[in-house]
Write a protein that binds this ligand. Structure first.
Ligand code: NDP
Length: 229
C-alpha cells in the first residue's frame, strides 16, 4: 500500500490504520523528516521524502518500492485568501501538488496494477470540492478536479479491474486547520449535524473501507459529520 502525505494528519492516520491490519505500507512526505521517522518507528511503514508534484521524483521513488496494490492520494496543501490575493505562483503550486501530484502517482503505480489485473486507488478530495468555499477558491478548484479525475479514472480503469474512489472530508482537526481562527472552528462545529469536528482517524476508516469495497468504484464518500448532505 502507498499513502502520499503519510507523515502527518489524515495520511499518518491512514498509514496507522493499514499497518494495524498487517499490510506492508510505504508512504511519501515532503519536508517533515522527524515526523516521518516517528511514523516509521511506530508503524513499521517505510517513508520516502518525495515531492508529489515532481513526476521524475515520483517515478524514481515508486520504482524503489514493492508493487503497489492500493494507492491513497492524500498529499495536499491549502491556500486561504481572496482570489485577488493568491499569486500566480501559489495558484500553480496548489494545482501542482493537489492535482498533478495525483496524476504523477497514478501513472507511476499503474503499470504494476495493470500487470496484476487488479488495484484500488483512493483519492482525498474535500467537501469544498463539492460545494466550493469562499476564500478557498484555488483549493476548492483542485478538490473539484480530484472528484472529476476520480470519476473519469473509474470509468477508464474499471475494465482493468482497478477501482478508483474518493473521500470528501469535512473539517478535520489536523495541522491544515492550524491557521483557522478558534471562533470560526466553533461556528463550523455548530453547523455540523453530528456536533463535532472530524478526526484524521474518521477519514482513515472511510479510506480503508473504499480501499477494500470490491464492488464500489467512481464514488465520492463524504466524511463530514453531515455538513454537506
Ligand atoms: P496536513 O497538513 O496535516 O498533512 C499534509 C501531508 O501532506 C503531510 O504529510 C505533508 O508532508 C504532505 N505533503 C504536502 N505537500 C506534499 C508534497 N508536495 N509532496 C509530498 N507530500 C506532501 O494535512 P491533512 O492531513 O489535513 O490533509 C491531507 C489531505 O486531506 C489533503 O489532501 C487535504 O487537502 C485533505 N483534506 C483535509 C481536510 C482538513 O480539514 N484537514 C478537509 C478535507 C480534505 P510533510 O509532513 O513533509 O510536510
Amino acid at each position: 500500500m502507498l499513502v502520499t502525505g503519510g507523515s502527518r494528519g489524515i495520511g499518518k492516520a491512514t498509514v496507522e490504520y493499514f499497518a494495524k491490519q498487517g499490510h506492508k505500507v510505504s508512504f511519501l512526505y515532503e519536508k517533515e523528516f522527524s515526523a516521518a521517522k516517528e511514523v516509521e518507528r511506530t508503524t513499521g511503514a517505510v517513508g520516502y521524502a518525495c515531492d508529489v508534484a515532481s513526476s521524475s521524483a515520483v517515478a524514481e521513488t515508486i520504482a524503489k518500492m514493492p508493487p503497489v496494490d492500493v494507492l491513497v492520494n492524500n498529499a495536499g496543501i491549502c491556500h486561504t485568501g481572496l482570489i485577488s490575493q493568491i499569486t500566480e505562483e501559489e495558484f500553480d503550486r496548489i494545482f501542482a501538488v493537489n492535482v498533478k501530484g495525483m496524476y504523477n502517482c497514478v501513472r507511476a503505480v499503474l503499470p504494476a496494477m495493470l500487470q496484476k489485473g487488479k488495484g484500488s486507488i483512493v483519492n482525498v478530495s474535500s467537501m469544498w470540492g463539492q460545494v466550493g468555499a469562499s476564500c478557498e477558491v484555488s483549493y476548492s478548484a483542485t478538490k473539484g478536479a480530484v472528484i472529476a479525475m476520480t470519476k473519469a479514472l473509474a470509468k477508464e480503469l474499471g475494465p482493468s479491474h482497478i477501482r478508483v474512489n474518493c473521500v470528501a472530508p469535512g473539517v478535520i482537526q489536523t495541522d491544515m486547520c492550524n491557521n483557522i481562527e478558534k471562533d470560526i472552528l466553533s461556528a463550523l462545529q455548530e453547523e455540523t449535524p453530528i456536533g463535532r469536528l472530524g478526526t484524521a482517524e474518521d477519514v482513515a476508516k472511510a479510506i480503508g473501507y473504499l480501499a477494500e469495497a470490491e464492488f464500489v468504484t467512481g464514488q465520492v464518500l463524504g466524511v463530514n459529520g453531515g455538513f454537506v448532505i
